[in-house]
Write a protein of this length. Structure first.
Length: 141
């Protein structure tokens, strides 16, 4: 019995001695805690030209709020080939942790042809050299 208490104490001590999380590490953790599901896509014509309007259901599974979440939007042609890739920053500042919310994103200058679809993903490993174009990483520095 005494031995199991000692082992349990050491396991607890090791788990609670984690290093301090870096700002970029925190952003990465919070990004990966978001589930993003596209719910609607439409093309609108504006005075500046066409734009894709994308509606998403987003769930923040973390306990903290990430004010902005950048997602990768890929336009896939009718043959299943990637035709265009865009990064869309979503305003997630109003999302309560654990509660699904609606968020809208825009892709200026893009439209969909017959048979084309949109694929959306939250990138798991954003390379350090590319993080400057993601508002959530810029805000963390």
């Amino acid at each position: 019995m005494r031995r199991s208490r000692t082992v349990a104490f050491f396991v607890f001590a090791l788990l609670s001695c984690g290093g301090k999380e870096s700002p970029e590490g925190k952003v990465t953790r919070l990004r990966l805690a978001h589930q993003v599901q596209p719910t609607a896509v439409q093309v609108r014509t504006t005075s500046q030209g066409p734009q894709l309007v994308l509606d998403f259901t987003v769930v923040n599974r973390a306990r903290e709020v990430l004010p902005t979440l950048t997602v990768k939007v890929v336009v896939v042609d009718a043959k299943g080939n990637d035709r265009a890739t865009h990064w869309v920053s979503l305003d997630t500042s109003g999302l309560q942790p654990g509660v699904a919310g609606q968020v809208t994103g825009f892709v200026p200058g893009e439209q969909l042809a017959a048979g084309e679809q949109v694929r959306v993903e939250v990138e798991a490993n954003v390379p350090v050299k590319e993080r400057a174009r993601y508002p959530e990483y810029r805000q963390a520095l």
